[in-house]
Design a protein around this ligand. Structure first.
Ligand code: NAD
Ligand code: GLY
Length: 351
């Protein structure tokens, strides 16, 4: 088992290893204390791992209950959030009790936001079960729900007290969902680590523990440098402004990982055409995205993506920042007016 320490506004450990769920009660008790725990999960993950987690919590002395909601991005909503807060109150959670998020990024974002806001903040354990949630969303404290007008529009920075990545749970993950997580891993390689990028030229599954740990280390270093996302953390948004537009333009039928993959490919093509990176860098990026079974193009018209960028929460009155690759392992933050962004999206999408 590996551990990565994160020292942000809250200090916590991220555990990475196999078969960690059986001891999850002890791990959570050591990090969080408390008497009651509400396990938050979706119907798929709850069916697979809910009982194991609940039994482990009870064995460690917790009064445990479970809140389950339907899987999928549609559940990252105000309605589910209110239902979850009501379940927390009904379970009698106090400020010294715990919310444990068991699932993918949807569960972690929703449960984290509820933990951040219930009684002005209660303890919170992230137990990610998708590759994406292990390498990205469970670490760093971004929590949120969606509004009809856009993704993640209501949220809070709220760090967990502990993160437990049991990589054995990835055995049940559908191949398509595993592939979604590869997009965030490729992103970390492109923006920050040529060493990681080169590891991804071989299949990920045989090197899972190493790659998950390396990604968490890369992400936590950035979070520790800029927890509130006002500077360097913005580079983690590579591919995301355009990716969020693609998710919205597909009515959330396209997954986050696939949308980010296309967003990275469009950004890389635009960067090459603007002379920010060379053709070899652009080609390496699209080859890597394709190698892991992810898409590089969309049928959604550029104007729909531009419209979505206008409601992106990272926009300010002057415009928006885009993250663009300069070479593998290095990227730049570039400010765009909304007009220039529209031109950039056209440039990145043209044949
Ligand atoms: P998800 O949570 O919807 O999970 C994908 C699917 O996999 C779901 O159907 C789920 O039931 C299923 N699943 C999860 N674990 C499983 C397992 N071990 N075995 C079988 N099935 C399993 O999606 P995701 O890709 O994990 O997360 C996407 C969300 O994360 C988006 O809402 C995105 O905005 C958010 N996100 C947040 C951050 C952040 O920093 N907070 C970063 C990246 C993404
Ligand atoms: N997933 C982007 C971030 O955590 O900042």
């Amino acid at each position: 088992m590996r551990k990565v320490s994160v020292a942000a506004s809250k200090s916590y450990e991220v555990h990475v290893g196999e078969n960690l769920l059986a001891q999850i009660g002890q791990t959570v008790a050591a990090a969080c204390g408390g008497e009651r725990v509400l396990i938050v999960t979706d119907d798929m993950v709850g069916g697979l791992y809910g009982k194991t987690v609940e039994n482990a919590m009870i064995e460690s002395g917790y009064a445990a209950s479970v809140f389950t909601f339907p899987r999928g991005e549609q559940s990252k909503s105000m309605d589910t959030y209110i239902a979850l807060l009501s379940a927390m109150a009904a379970a009698g959670l106090t400020r010294s009790d715990i919310v444990a998020a068991v699932g993918g990024g949807v569960v972690g974002d929703l449960a984290g936001f509820a933990a951040a806001t219930y009684m002005r903040g209660i303890r919170f354990a992230q137990i990610p079960t998708t590759l994406l949630a292990m390498v990205d969303s469970s670490v760093g404290g971004k929590t949120a729900i969606d509004l009809p007008s856009g993704k993640n529009q209501v949220g809070a920075f709220y760090q967990p007290d502990v993160v437990v990545c049991d990589i054995s749970t990835l055995a049940t993950l559908p191949e398509e969902t595993f592939t979604d997580g590869c997009a965030e891993i490729i992103k970390h390689g492109i923006i920050l680590s040529e060493e990681l990028f080169n590891l991804l030229k071989r299949p990920i599954k045989p090197q899972l523990e190493d790659i998950v740990t390396m990604n968490i280390t890369i992400k936590s270093d950035i979070v520790m440098a800029d927890e509130r996302d006002t500077g360097i953390r913005q580079i983690l948004n590579f591919g995301h402004t355009i990716g969020h537009g693609i998710e919205a333009g597909s009515n959330y039928m396209m997954t986050h990982g696939r949308a980010v993959a296309i967003g990275m490919a469009i950004s890389a093509r635009g960067a090459y055409r603007m002379g920010i990176c060379g053709e070899d860098c652009y080609m390496e990026i699209v080859d890597m995205i394709r190698r892991h079974g992810l898409p590089i193009e969309t049928d959604i018209p550029p104007d729909r993506l531009i419209q979505a960028a206008f409601v992106d929460k990272k926009r300010n009155s002057a415009g928006i920042s885009l993250i663009l690759p300069e070479k593998i392992g290095k990227c730049a933050i570039k400010s765009f007016s909304m007009e220039d962004l529209a031109a950039f999206i056209h440039l990145g999408m043209q044949d």
